[in-house]
Design a protein around this ligand. Structure first.
Ligand SMILES: Cc1ncc(COP(=O)(O)O)c(C=O)c1O
Length: 327
């Protein structure tokens, strides 16, 4: 467990609002610079929130997007905030947080990390890498259930001075004094917004209990072994699927993704057979590996079922092409 001063704040707001809080505070800290640097592998909500924040601030900020592999070279003294997702939601490609944060800081850039596909999947050393802000979900690899609350991390060195853009009553220094004027709570508590959803918090607490007994390094080792097995078994059976996840362990998260033209329909066929992955446009079939409860035998079975769906041409059946709102 991290030391208490490094604990993130968890409240009712979804990740999307947490990242807004983080980016607003980060821009505030770097008042004279105007460029937010992100990459095309960032999750759309992060980018949309940046666009909205830029419009609200009206101070001429710009969102600059480069390819993920170009992000390091794009760091310069012009950049206010480096704003990226550690593990790419589509490909599973992982950025080197320590290296990028160090380079960013050397150039006076504040960092905001999206940990949606990192938390619970791999060791994340926010304190060691010196990251300034981070936000993440608990409903993915932390297994806290659909819609579970998000978290926000503010480096302890900033926590007493950052400005909360969403200055809700739960982030007030004395919420139950019901004062008419806002006064920020001390530390990261100021980033709370409103009343927490107690039922969802209870589910989150139950999932976090498990994490107290688990060593994240063991989780990571198992995740990588499951990923290696999935890659080799799928590549052996389905040569038409193109692996888009890096093979190198240090360069990937806990998912394995394949590009395939019929990816949407093939994923629907897989789901109908009990293998639950998802499809990410334009052509990515994503299989997230939750090492806490997934077995090697299930990986083997999933590869067999995938073969049936792809090589057996099951995916061509019209019923699997019907587009659902959630993919
Ligand atoms: C990388 C990443 N960031 C952010 C989000 C969005 O978070 P939320 O819908 O909880 O606000 C997701 C959702 O899948 C994601 O994958």
């Amino acid at each position: 467990m991290p030391p208490p001063e490094n604990k993130p704040v968890v409240d009712r707001t979804p990740f999307t609002l947490k990242v807004y809080q983080a980016l607003a505070a980060a821009l505030d800290m770097n008042g004279t610079r105007k460029i937010i640097l992100s990459d095309t592998g960032n999750f759309p909500t992060d980018l949309y929130m940046a666009e909205g924040l830029i419009a609200t601030l009206g101070r001429g900020h710009q969102l600059r997007l480069v390819a993920p592999e170009e992000i390091e070279a794009a760091l310069s003294e012009e950049i206010a905030v480096l704003y990226i997702t550690e593990v790419d939601y589509r490909t599973g490609r992982r950025h080197d947080m320590a290296k990028l944060t160090a380079k960013a800081h050397a150039l006076g850039i504040v960092t905001v990390w999206d940990l949606a596909h990192s938390a619970g999947a791999l060791p994340v050393d926010l304190a060691g890498s010196g990251a300034d802000f981070a936000a993440g979900c608990t409903y993915k690899y932390l297994n806290a259930g659909p819609g579970a609350p998000a978290f926000l991390y503010v480096a302890p060195r900033h926590a007493d001075s950052v400005r909360a853009a969403l200055s809700g009553w739960m982030g007030h220094a004395k919420p139950f004094a019901f004062e008419l004027a806002y006064a920020a709570a001390g530390g990261v508590e100021r980033m709370r917004v409103g009343t927490p959803p107690v039922l969802a918090m209870a589910a989150l607490e139950a999932s976090l209990d498990i994490w107290d007994r688990v060593d994240i390094r063991e989780v990571r080792a198992r995740s990588l072994a499951l990923g290696d097995l999935l890659i080799s078994e799928v590549e052996r059976r389905c040569p038409s699927l193109k692996l888009v996840t890096p093979r190198a362990h240090e360069s990937r998260g806990s998912q394995v993704s394949f590009a395939f033209d019929g990816g949407y329909a093939a994923m629907q066929a897989l789901i109908a057979r009990g293998v639950i992955g998802d499809f990410r446009a334009p052509d990515i079939m994503r299989l997230g590996l939750a090492p806490a409860y997934l077995s090697y035998a299930e990986i083997w079975d999933a590869a067999e079922i995938l073969k049936e769906c792809v090589r057996g041409e099951v995916w061509r059946e019209p019923r699997y092409r019907l587009r659902h709102a959630v993919t």
